[in-house]
Write a protein that binds this ligand. Structure first.
Ligand code: NDP
Ligand code: 8X3
Length: 253
């Protein structure tokens, strides 16, 4: 079977980086993306021993940069089989009346518009080849709204709607569209949400076993490697200790 090419946004950390590592192990060629060039360089050095890898450094918020980066791919990297729309973060955790406009704009621009910019640049090629698979990383926050999560939850509800819309529009083009909606995953997510406050971010994962980035990567690989007639369209994945956005069974210390 021909080697497949995966394009992964947010590959410098957490879920995206674990996914790049696992897909590489599975024999995929990797296009790893993110803003932190040094981390992409390290990942390239690490995975070069395993597979072909190329990297693209751009901010998903910058439409021109997204298009320029994707157009800069050499011919042999242009046939993208698998797009993992993963780049995203929460910025802040505040009531709606106190939230920061800057945080709101970051979440809408990255989690929603960035995902759209990347998809818009890659999907025409999949349509032309009548083949492809998109895996969108949504969240439990795209199914439930929790206190102070307002705009992050809205951004992930938007991802949920875009995921469904993509599946409808791409149906006739033989392109599978899948969403993974994780609960709590121990990555740099909370460090970003709490603006580098490591004490506060560590607390999010204390007293229970959170999901690890590798658990989500496992699921990505499982979804991507199902036979062509099978689409795992939408998967909610939670730590066993988590029942909902607001109910996590923690050990009483
Ligand atoms: P991390 O903070 O560890 O990783 C986020 C990734 O997104 C980084 O690689 C970062 O790269 C990239 N990214 C962020 N902003 C931008 C930007 N403006 N342009 C390009 N890339 C960007 O968090 P996770 O791995 O946990 O998050 C990955 C996805 O999973 C997100 O969409 C998140 O919403 C979702 N998710 C996470 C959960 C969790 O509990 N951790 C649960 C449910 C969903 P760089 O900074 O180098 O640009
Ligand atoms: C991340 C899950 O519940 O921490 O999307 O916001 S949550």
């Amino acid at each position: 079977m021909a080697q497949k090419t995966a394009f992964i946004t947010g590959a410098t950390s957490g879920i995206g980086r674990a996914t790049a590592r696992l897909l590489a192990k599975e024999g995929y060629r990797i296009i790893a993306c993110g803003r932190r060039a040094e981390r992409l360089k390290e990942l390239k050095e690490e995975l070069s021993a395993v597979t072909d890898i190329t990297t693209l450094t751009f901010d998903v918020r910058d439409h021109e940069a997204v298009v320029a980066a994707i157009e800069s791919l050499p011919e042999e990297w242009r046939a993208i089989d698998l797009l993992i729309n993963n780049a995203g973060n929460a910025h802040g955790l505040s009531s709606i009346q106190e939230g920061s406009l800057e945080d709101w704009e970051a979440m809408i621009d990255i989690n929603v518009k960035g995902l759209l910019y990347v998809s818009r640049a890659i999907l025409p090629g999949m349509v032309q080849r009548n083949s492809g698979h998109v895996i969108n990383i949504g969240s439990i926050a795209g199914r439930e709204v929790y206190p102070n999560g307002n705009v992050y939850c809205a951004s992930k509800h938007a991802v949920d709607a875009i995921n469904s819309g993509m599946r409808l529009d791409l149906n006739q083009h033989n392109i599978r569209v899948s969403q993974i909606a994780p609960g709590l995953v121990e990555t740099e997510f909370s460090l970003v949400r709490f603006k580098g406050d490591s004490g506060r971010s560590q607390k999010v994962y204390e007293g229970y076993q959170a999901l690890q980035a590798e658990d989500i990567a496992d699921l990505v690989v499982f979804i991507a490697t199902r036979p062509a007639h099978v689409n795992l369209a939408d998967v909610l994945i939670l730590p066993s200790a988590q029942a909902s956005s607001t109910l996590v069974h923690k050990n009483q210390a």
